[in-house]
Design a protein around this ligand. Structure first.
Ligand SMILES: NC(=O)c1ccc[n+]([C@@H]2O[C@H](COP(=O)([O-])OP(=O)(O)OC[C@H]3O[C@@H](n4cnc5c(N)ncnc54)[C@H](O)[C@@H]3O)[C@@H](O)[C@H]2O)c1
Length: 269
């Protein structure tokens, strides 16, 4: 899908990080925005920053884990612009670090609600609108943890693997309707965002001494992408009609190792 002036993009989790990077990158292409987030304060400042840069933006508070909230987001989008072209199901939180047998049910429920049902609600609310227009694209943010194991974060990796799998199938289903429709799953490695601080503010993890620190404090700078770099990679994948985008150092190698191990195992049967 070619991204061009006049189109409308909806971005969940748009107040910060990758979502905000997508908003900036799309606004620079004269795409009109619906910026959505659960954090009203973050949303207000992100909206103001985008307006200062000349973007046309409507801010809508919504919780992606609540189906009615996402349905209302779709209604607000149509009321404001009368169309939607690009849907970025991007909102997310991280889970506490622990082996699977120590992760509690509440953590699983939160990750399933935000990371998995959040995407499902976005597809349910917006795919019929894209289909009615006859064109459009859905971008689902997963993670490199959806392409390969990430020990200590099973509620995160489990839901991210689900988002990778459902996006591959969603793309096939959309293509059966029209060649002008499609879906892409974004699986970045480490990105310099406030994911830890925002996840703590939303109660998904406990705040500690590291919570407010930059990811650049924990990994070499060349191993960490900026949100804007990730956004540009995602847009390139959408425009190329690719189903997967996996920017970040080491991500391809980890995915390749998993793919090879999988093939080795199943061809041994
Ligand atoms: N930062 C990384 O290294 C990284 C790597 C791979 C994937 N991701 C994924 O990218 C996505 C964006 O994360 P980020 O790193 O930009 O973090 P971020 O915290 O900067 O942005 C996520 C946004 O989602 C919002 N959000 C959380 N729960 C929500 C809900 N229920 N409804 C609506 N909005 C909600 C938060 O308020 C926040 O503004 C997440 O899904 C995350 O899992 C992040």
């Amino acid at each position: 899908m070619h991204i061009e002036k006049g189109q409308v993009a909806v971005i969940t989790g748009g107040a910060s990080g990758i979502g905000y990077g997508l908003a900036e990158a799309l606004a620079e292409r004269d795409v009109r925005l619906v910026l959505s987030d659960i954090r009203a304060d973050g949303l207000v400042s992100a909206e103001a920053m985008l307006r200062d840069r000349g973007a046309q933006v409507l801010a809508v508070k919504a919780d992606v884990g609540v189906e009615d909230s996402v349905r209302l987001l779709a209604e607000r989008t149509l009321d404001a612009y009368g169309r939607v072209d690009i849907v970025c199901n991007n909102a997310g939180v991280v889970c506490p670090a622990a082996p699977m047998w120590e992760q509690d049910a509440a953590t699983w429920q939160r990750m399933i609600s935000v990371k998995l049902l959040g995407v499902i609600h976005g597809v349910k609310a917006f795919a019929p609108l894209l289909i009615a227009r006859g064109s459009g694209h859905i971008l689902n943010t997963a993670s490199s943890g959806g392409l390969a194991p990430l020990p200590g974060r099973t509620p995160y990796t489990g839901t991210m693997h689900a988002v990778v799998g459902l996006t591959e199938t969603l793309d096939a289903e959309l293509k059966q309707v029209s060649a002008e429709l499609g879906a892409t799953v974004l699986c970045p490695g480490l990105v310099d965002t406030a994911l830890g601080a925002n996840s703590a503010a939303l109660g998904a993890i406990r705040a500690d001494a590291n919570t407010g620190r930059s990811m650049r404090d924990f990994a070499p700078p060349e191993a960490i992408l900026s949100p804007r770099q990730v956004a540009e990679e995602a847009i390139a994948a959408i425009e190329a009609g690719r189903v997967h985008s996996a920017p970040g150092r080491g991500v391809v190698e980890r995915a390749q190792a998993r793919g090879e191990a999988l093939l080795r195992d199943i061809t041994a049967d």
